[in-house]
Ligand binder design. Sequence first.
Ligand code: UT7
Length: 325
Amino acid sequence: MTVRSIIRSCGAYLPDRIMTNRDLEDVVDTSDEWIVQRTGIRERRIAAENETTADMAIAAAKAALAHGRFTAADIDGIIVCTSTPNHTFPAVAVDVQAALDIRPCPAFDLQAVCSGFVYGLNVADMFIRSGQCRRLLLIGAEKFSSILDWTDRTTCVLFGDGAGAVVLEVDESGDGSLNDRGILFSRLYADGRQKNILYTSGGPATTQDSGYVVMEGREVFRHAVSNMSQIVTEVLEVNKLSADRIDWLVPHQANVRIIEGTAKKLGLGMDRVIVTVDRHGNTSAASIPLALNEAVQDGRIKPGNLVLFEALGAGLTWGAVLARF
Ligand code: UT7
């Protein structure tokens, strides 16, 4: 018998407002052609002024509960992966807990920026395998539009808002092999030497505000391509797995060129890669659960499928998780 955590259900929330590349041409000196060519992004969702990260997290969590026919009483752990919380404290996770009326249980935010959801999958898996939680809500939620410098064309065209959520549940039917359902393998990294290539210009203990996103795009791109290639190779090697066993790659959605590079390294055709960056932009910790939700709801990802998640974000942080649905 092997204790595993299975992704049982998922849900998502996207704000109503669509901002196209053409809309951005009125905001900064940019063009639809440049954005599409360099990133693959065509449009992104932008939250309403009074719509918060917690609002989006709650909506995604409700959708994930409904999808799995769970009620609040089934949940005994909440992790929200976000870098754009409503407040410095308390955590968005307790907003979710209060709104859904979930009983006292571990509830906290996890901040690993765009790698947040892969970090979250690993942490949630450890909570479940250690016996501390049986059914845990894991949410990625971001309102990046509120930490963008809307005069900086090198960053403001890249990001969007949204939230995605999953319910992870303990399962004891596995035999410890890669044929088991559930989270099979996780690998996380960070390298603080690269902290100055992607950061916010402020924070509570420095400028006393949240600051704005600052990025050396070309440098981050270089690390993203190389670290993602390295980590997917590592996942395959450690697990003695050939790439043709992977049914779906669900990557962080920052730039379609990074996604294509990773798929190429794996030898996976783009028909086995979930891509939402064209419609969502980069929603940081929300991008993977948003992409996952889309592919589960439209029937591409099915029970039994082997799925590889990977992401890289500020820190730099990066990681990958292998899971069977
Ligand atoms: O999710 C966290 C991880 N983040 C990422 O993975 C993002 C990684 N980086 C990237 O995706 C790419 O580096 C970008 C999309 C950000 C930029 O693409 P690039 O091909 O690396 O462009 P660049 O930064 O080298 O800029 C090329 C040119 C520059 O002009 P000059 O100096 O060559 O004259 C920029 O000023 O493009 C210019 N530029 C723009 N032009 C029109 C930069 N932003 C824009 C813009 N519209 N929005």
